[in-house]
Design a binder for this molecule. Structure first.
Ligand code: FAD
Ligand code: SF4
Length: 401
C-alpha cells in the first residue's frame, strides 16, 4: 500500500468545482474522487495517475494475479466462476438484474446501511446521478447501465457525514481502484464491493454521437449492449430490439467517441471488486459471475435461491479474429452492411463462445488501448500498463508506428 498521510482529508483539501480540470487531465474518467476532499489522496489513488492493481489485489484478495496462469492474466484473482440468471428477471434491468437483487438483499438482510449506485437524472435517462440508496426502491431505480462516465465516488463525503459504518458500493474498475486506495480512510467497519466489467464508456455528448451514428432511432433507445453474437443490441421504448453488426460500425466516425480514460484502461474485468457480475464470459442470455474473495462469496450466497446457475464454457479460437481486427480498427475500416451482416452470421456460428468470447473482447480492447497509449501518452506505457496486460498484448503483432 502506498504511504498516505493520516491527517483527516477534510482539514487539508476541498473537492474541485464541476467542469474544472482534473489531476489526470484528459485521462480523467470522472470517477468522482476529485469532487470530494479525498482529492487529498489523488496522486496515489487515481487509477490513471498511479496504476497499482497488483498491490491492491494483495490487500483485497490476499494475493495478486499469478502471472504463470493465463486465466489470471485475463480474469484476475477469483475463487469461483459461474454462469447465472435470475429465475425471475427484474423488469428493466440491464440483463436479469442480479446486481440489483444482491444489493436489495444486502440492504434488507441488514448487512449494509446503504448502497452506492447510479440512478439517472429526471430529465435524461442516460445522465448518471450517483446516490446512496437506503431503500430497495432506490436501488431498483438505479437498475440498468448508464453507459456514460459516472462520478460514483462523488458521494464519499456524504458517506462520512452520514455516519454509516457498513456500505455496499456498486461500480466499474476505475472507480473501484480509487475506492480501494482510500478504503481505510473512510472510517467504515465493512465495505462490500460489487463490480461490473466495463469498456468503451463515453461522455454524455459522446453517447449522443454513438447513438446517432449507429441506431436508426437514437431518441428511443432505452439501453444497449455489445452482445456475444457480435452485434450491438439496442432496446427501444416500444420493446423492439435493433441489431447492428460490430463489423458494420462506422469506426472512422466512432474512433474519437470513447473517452480517453477508457482508451487507456486495462481493468476491463474489475480486478479489485469482491464480486463481479457481467455477461461476456457466459453464453447468450446468461450472466457471468466471478467470486474474487470470501466477501464476494458471502454476497453471492444471498441470492442463491433466486438464480439458476451452470458452468461456464469455452469454445473456439479467438486469435485470428483479434489479429485481423487490429489493422481494421486502426485504419477505421467500415464494411458495407451486407458484408458486415454476413460476417456476423459466420463468426457467430464458428466464432469464440463463453470464456473464449471474453478473451476475444479483452484482447481486442487491450491491443487497441495499448496502441492508443503508445501514440498519445508514450511516457505512461511502462507504469500504466499492468504486467498481465503486457503479456496479453504481446501475443499479437501490432503496427510499429
Ligand atoms: P442491473 O441490476 O441492471 O444493475 C446495474 C447496476 O449498474 C446498477 O446498480 C447501477 O448502479 C450500476 N451502473 C449503471 N451504470 C453505471 C456506470 N456508468 N458506472 C458505474 N455503475 C453503473 N459486462 C461485460 O461482461 N462485458 C462488457 O463489455 C461490459 N461493458 C459494460 C460497459 C459499461 C459502461 C457498464 C456500466 C457495464 C458493462 N458491463 C459489461 C456490465 C453489464 O453490462 C451489466 O451491467 C452487468 O451484467 C449487470 O447486469 P444486471 O442486470 O445484473 O444489472
Ligand atoms: Fe480524480 Fe478520478 Fe479523474 Fe483520477 S479519474 S483525476 S481520481 S476524478
Amino acid at each position: 500500500m502506498p504511504s498516505m498521510t493520516s491527517i483527516a482529508p477534510h482539514t487539508k483539501a476541498k473537492g474541485l468545482k464541476p467542469g474544472s480540470r482534473r489531476p489526470a487531465k484528459e485521462l480523467c474518467s470522472e470517477c468522482g474522487l476529485c469532487d470530494t476532499y479525498y482529492i487529498h489522496y489523488v496522486k496515489e489513488a487515481c487509477a490513471f495517475l498511479n496504476q497499482q492493481i497488483s498491490e491492491l489485489e494483495e490487500i483485497a484478495h490476499g494475493r495478486s494475479r499469478n502471472l504463470d496462469d493465463e486465466n489470471d492474466w485475463y480474469f484476475g484473482v477469483y475463487q469461483q466462476m459461474t454462469a447465472a440468471r435470475k429465475k425471475q428477471p427484474i423488469e428493466g434491468a440491464q440483463w436479469t438484474g442480479i446486481v440489483s437483487a444482491i444489493a436489495c438483499e444486502m440492504l434488507t438482510q441488514g448487512l449494509v446501511e446503504g448502497v452506492v449506485c447510479v440512478q439517472n437524472t429526471p430529465e435524461d435517462r442516460f445522465q448518471p446521478m450517483p446516490i446512496i440508496a437506503k431503500t430497495t426502491e432506490e436501488i431498483l431505480a438505479a437498475r440498468v447501465n448508464k453507459p456514460t462516465l459516472s462520478p460514483n465516488l462523488s458521494i464519499l463525503e456524504q458517506v462520512e457525514q452520514s455516519g454509516m459504518k457498513r456500505l455496499l458500493v456498486i461500480g466499474v474498475g476505475c472507480q473501484i481502484q480509487a475506492l480501494r486506495a482510500v478504503e481505510k480512510k473512510l472510517g467504515l467497519e465493512k465495505l462490500y464491493i460489487l463490480g461490473t466489467p466495463c469498456v468503451d464508456n463515453v461522455t454524455r455528448e459522446g453517447l449522443q454521437t454513438f447513438l446517432q451514428t449507429t441506431s436508426k432511432s437514437p431518441e428511443t433507445v432505452i439501453h444497449y449492449e455489445f452482445m456475444q453474437d457480435f452485434r450491438v443490441h439496442f432496446k427501444h421504448e416500444d420493446g423492439s430490439i435493433e441489431k447492428v453488426p460490430f463489423f458494420g460500425l462506422k469506426t472512422n466516425k466512432l474512433k474519437d467517441v470513447f473517452a480517453p480514460s477508457c482508451m487507456s484502461c486495462f481493468d476491463y474485468v474489475n480486478s479489485l471488486a469482491d464480486l463481479v457480475v457481467g455477461y461476456m464470459g457466459a453464453e447468450f442470455g446468461w450472466q457471468w459471475i466471478m467470486v474474487r474473495n470470501e466477501t464476494g462469496r458471502e454476497m453471492l450466497a444471498l441470492v442463491e435461491e433466486q438464480i439458476d446457475t451452470k458452468p461456464v464454457i469455452s469454445q473456439g479460437d479467438r486469435k485470428q479474429a483479434v489479429q485481423q481486427s487490429i489493422p481494421a480498427y486502426d485504419k477505421g475500416v467500415t464494411l458495407p452492411m451486407w458484408a458486415a451482416k454476413l460476417m456476423g452470421v459466420v463468426i457467430e456460428k464458428i466464432g469464440p463462445k463463453g470464456l473464449e468470447y471474453a478473451r476475444f473482447s479483452i484482447d481486442s480492447h487491450f491491443t487497441r488501448n495499448y496502441l492508443y497509449l503508445k501514440r498519445n501518452h508514450p511516457e505512461k506505457l511502462a507504469d500504466h500498463v499492468p504486467e498481465y496486460a503486457k503479456r496479453i498484448v504481446n501475443q499479437y503483432q501490432l503496427p510499429t508506428h
